[in-house]
Design a protein around this ligand. Structure first.
Ligand code: CO
Length: 134
């Protein structure tokens, strides 16, 4: 099962201020900006070759990204790997001892099916899994 990095999620307190750097200084192209109500974030997707940088601004302080910002001041929030079959990956990873945040896929940015693996069994890294388009 080969996997590739789909995107890297970066938590930012101020999306416009972050775009001043990521879009205007680094000259990365903004593909999309959308609010994902399920995760209470506004997401800007910036194309970086085959991968994407997602800037995540919380829409509420009391949300996963809002709490992460309060704790850390911002920075890399998660890494997302693309898998071929999300259910199969979740089952296999759980069977091998990884602690899942989501036992079942849910809908993330762009309407993609995603699930999170808990940082506890990932050396402190919050891992998102997304399914490759078929
Ligand atoms: Co993500």
């Amino acid at each position: 099962m080969g996997m590739k990095v789909d995107h890297i999620g970066v938590a930012v307190p101020d999306l416009e201020g972050a775009l001043d750097v990521w879009r205007d200084v680094l000259a990365l192209e903004v593909e999309d900006i959308e609010v994902v109500p399920d995760q209470k974030v506004k997401v800007a997707k910036l194309r970086a070759g085959e991968s994407v940088i997602e800037l995540l601004e919380p829409t509420e302080e009391d949300s996963p990204v809002g709490r992460f910002l309060a704790r850390s001041g911002g920075g890399i929030h998660h890494i997302c790997l693309e898998v071929e079959d999300l259910e199969a990956a979740l089952e296999a990873f759980a069977a091998k001892g990884l602690r899942l945040v989501d036992e079942k896929p849910r809908i993330g940015a762009g309407g993609h099916r995603i699930a999170f693996v808990h940082p506890k069994t990932m050396g402190g890294v919050l891992l998102e899994l997304t399914e490759a388009p078929r």
